[in-house]
Ligand binder design. Structure first.
Ligand code: PHE
Length: 448
């Protein structure tokens, strides 16, 4: 039934694809926004702790299960199940992963659509198309629908080309571009008046803002940012050759993800204070720094407007950065249902991509037409509940259901002396006991 499986052609190809999945709006928008809302560097410190102590171990669970099974999440969990109960739980969790990945993509494509529209805006202005420019940056249903469709189409085009020619090729091209754009923008912003105040707000911790809520936001942010819980990293792991060391690649992906989030903070927070210096309001009525959509869609464009013609080019660079970051993530989300349709429903890749892409676009459309009531709800169900809970199930499968000798032999592939490493001494019991308990504890706290 199954078509021949794709595989990443190299270590670097996997690294770019997995880092591309991880690095997205979560890093360049979500992370700086959370920092702005939660006491600057105090949040940064918590985030680093969460990323390495909680997210990295879960990432390892996904990569290991995926490479072992060489199948999507449903098949992978069913495959290692030892009895009817674990098989049932595995099936439900696998399907839930597909549903949650699709829900995340359905709202992500809307936000990414805004980024595409804002990227088109400076071009419209350059060509003197004032009305079009207004439409592009105004918040209308027609604008949102059009640009979500464009972004979803791009995502589908890449996924239809397969693992090596689509995901790997585009990630390898786009990720270095993203890093160059990010660095250029930082250099530019840091030379503007007001930037240093922003650096201070970013890097000097305000520990008075510490709260359990902060811990929870840091955990949510780390899970979202590393694309965990929904089978994305699992399926990317399933395309990885047995010659690569999983702990090393997983650590590199985590480092790149955290590194780019941190670097994006060096751009966004200083840019806010530069905007303030130029006369833009950066505090909301309640006295907090503006976070959420207002930050990216109002504060920064207002800043670009004050820069005259050069502002148009800065705006292009900034929104190109956002579109690239979104695209390398959205393809990894779409791959989850597509891989399932290929492996379990026997579809070819192209029809599978078209089918799943259209279903998800239909969900996006429902959200667009009922934005007020649905957008926040879908974000919260998928990222605050779906991702952490599925993360717990993945830890349980990697830590309790997967036999330890199987785990060892999978990790030994590409890392023959794994038994002698600190990783092997700590990770197996850590993912078995500490991770699920920590995630559940944080989770219970949200509900209370
Ligand atoms: N990690 C992506 C980001 O930071 C989001 C994502 C979540 C991607 C889940 C895939 C799966 O934007």
């Amino acid at each position: 039934m199954s078509a021949p499986r794709g595989q990443f052609s190299s270590n670097l190809g996997f690294l770019m694809a997995a880092a591309g999945s991880a690095v997205g709006l979560g890093n360049i928008w979500g992370f700086p926004t959370n920092v702005a809302a939660n006491g600057g560097a105090a949040f940064v410190i918590f985030y680093l702790v969460m990323a390495f102590l909680l997210a990295y171990p879960v990432l390892m669970a996904e990569l290991t299960l995926g490479r072992h099974a060489r199948r999507n999440m449903v098949q992978a969990l069913r495959g290692i199940a030892t009895g009817p109960v674990s098989k049932g739980v595995g099936t439900i969790a696998g399907f839930s992963g597909i549903v949650v990945a699709s829900l995340i993509l359905s709202f992500y494509a809307i936000v990414a659509g805004w980024m595409v529209a804002h990227l088109a805006d400076p071009f419209a202005q350059l060509f003197g198309a004032g009305h079009t420019a207004e439409w592009l940056t105004g918040d209308s249903v027609s604008r949102n629908f059009t640009f979500t469709a464009i972004f979803s189409g791009l995502t589908m085009l890449i996924i239809a080309s397969g693992v090596e020619k689509g995901i790997e090729r585009w990630s390898t091209l786009l990720m270095p571009t993203l890093i160059i754009l990010l660095l250029l923008l930082i250099v530019y912003v840091l030379t503007q008046p007001g930037a240093i105040k922003g650096l201070e707000a970013y890097l000097i911790p305000d520990f008075s803002k510490l709260s359990p809520q902060l811990l929870l936001s840091a955990m949510g942010q780390a899970f979202f940012s590393l694309s965990l819980g929904v089978g994305t990293m699992l399926i990317y792991g399933s395309y990885l050759s047995k010659q690569e060391s999983l702990p090393r690649l997983g650590a590199l992906v985590t480092l790149i993800d955290v590194g780019i989030a941190f670097t994006a903070g060096l751009l966004i927070l200083p840019a806010m204070y530069v905007a303030q210096e130029a006369g833009t309001q950066i505090y909301s009525a309640s006295g907090d720094l503006i976070a959420g959509p207002g930050l990216i869609l109002q504060v920064l464009p207002a800043l670009f407007d004050t820069m005259g013609t050069s502002g148009l080019f800065v705006a292009m660079a900034f929104f190109a950065l956002m579109v690239i970051a979104s695209l390398t993530s959205s393809i990894s989300m779409l791959e989850v249902p597509v891989a399932f349709s290929i492996e379990n429903l026997g579809l070819q890749r192209r029809p599978a991509t078209l089918l799943m892409g259209l279903v998800i676009f239909a969900i996006s459309s429902v959200i667009i037409f009922n934005f007020e009531s649905l957008f926040g709800l879908v974000v919260s169900i998928s990222t605050e509940y779906g991702q952490p809970l599925l993360g717990v199930v993945l830890c349980i499968f990697a830590g309790w259901i997967f036999r330890k000798d199987q785990l060892l032999s999978e990790l030994k592939e590409g890392h023959p002396h794994i038994e002698r490493t600190l990783f092997w001494k700590i990770w197996p019991w850590y993912v078995r006991i500490v991770c699920p308990l920590l995630i559940l504890a944080a989770f219970v706290q949200t509900i209370i």
